[in-house]
Design a protein around this ligand. Structure first.
Ligand SMILES: Nc1ncnc2c1ncn2[C@@H]1O[C@H](COP(=O)(O)OP(=O)(O)OP(=O)(O)O)[C@@H](O)[C@H]1O
Ligand SMILES: [Mg+2]
Length: 312
């Protein structure tokens, strides 16, 4: 049976809110109460920020993940739905807690993050319905190192997705254990690998970013490296290469989620068959424009807004 995929993108990942706490204070554990400027609950988790960014650009996005039957789960499901992400394959687990990050932000830009993991690392390959895989043209995993239960089955899952004629992408994000190595097993089944510069060098085991990208592209089809204010670099397995500068921003409100918004921009181009450099230009525009708002989803650009920064 062959049916046309109903979704452009299926995201497998973690679902949690971020509680942003703003103020020029330091917590004092001698039971001292201090007043902060304000607190706001926002859409957190790399995978959901990415999914919302892709939906905002106009891609048809569905999500596979886990939340508890709690108020953070209610909040995230409502936000995902409001932002156009299909949640039919999100499971609500009774008696388990949705994860939460509390992010303390001081006016000088310094921040501290405390995370209650809850269900964040709990998703397994067995939780991914076969019908979900068949319903999408492309599968993305956005927090490889946080998804410890997903890791063992991921190479076989990506291989299966590709055998269905679909494509895959993977953003490692930071490895809290700083071991890095296991991801190599997934790269041969990855069409688009999206590390930042530090992650690319740590995984490849070299200091030079170009060399790191070339090494990773011996396995993944495309390697796209995010370089913060220096823009981005992409290398293909056949020796293709493109690099673009960042879009200069005169006001940065919040850097959270720039990488996830970048990923959505790049994959929009990839899924539309755009040339490499054009996809990279949309990606850096999406990354930069997301810095205008609070949290990762406070200022996600529409396609029209982002295209204004893409020449040609
Ligand atoms: N200060 C900045 N000015 C302009 N563009 C930026 C800036 N910071 C990030 N970007 C854009 O966003 C992209 C992704 O940011 P970055 O390189 O910080 O990724 P990351 O480390 O994966 O981010 P994240 O913390 O969201 O995982 C960059 O490649 C760049 O295009
Ligand atoms: Mg990142």
């Amino acid at each position: 049976m062959t049916t046309l995929p109903a979704f452009d993108l299926l995201v497998l990942g973690e679902i949690n809110p971020d509680l942003l706490v703003y103020g020029d204070v330091e917590p004092d554990f001698r039971q001292v109460e201090k007043l902060v400027d304000r607190a706001v609950l926002t859409v957190g988790s790399s995978s959901v920020i990415f999914a919302c960014a892709a939906a905002r650009l106009g891609l048809r996005v569905a999500f596979v993940g886990l939340v508890g039957q709690d108020v953070f789960g209610d909040f995230m499901l409502a936000e995902m739905q409001r932002r156009g992400v299909d949640t039919r394959w999100v499971q609500r687990r009774k008696g388990e807690a949705t994860g939460l990050s509390v992010i303390f932000q001081r006016p000088d830009g310094s921040r501290a993050i405390l995370t209650a993991a809850g269900l964040i690392p709990a998703l397994r390959v067995e939780d991914v319905p076969g019908e979900a895989l068949e319903a999408a043209r492309h599968v993305h995993v956005g927090s490889y190192y946080l998804q410890t239960a997903l890791q063992p089955g991921l190479p076989a899952l990506f291989r299966r997705v590709r055998s269905l004629g679909r494509t895959t992408s993977l953003d490692p994000n930071y490895d809290p254990a700083e071991r890095w190595a296991s991801i190599w097993r997934v790269l041969p089944y990855t069409d688009v690998f999206l590390p930042n510069e530090m992650e690319a060098c740590a995984i490849a085991g070299v200091e030079d970013v170009e060399e790191a990208a070339r090494r990773l592209a011996r396995e993944a089809r495309w390697v796209v490296v995010k370089r913060g204010e220096q823009g981005a670099l992409a290398v293909g397995r056949e020796g293709e290469r493109a690099a673009v500068p960042a879009v200069a921003m005169d006001r940065v409100v919040d850097p959270v989620g720039a990488g996830d918004n970048f990923d959505a921009g790049f994959l929009y181009g990839f899924l539309h068959g755009w040339p490499l450099e054009k996809s990279l230009r949309l990606a850096v525009a999406c990354g930069a424009l997301s810095l205008r708002g609070e949290g990762g989803t406070g200022a996600q650009p529409t396609l029209e807004e982002a295209l204004a920064y893409v020449a040609g």
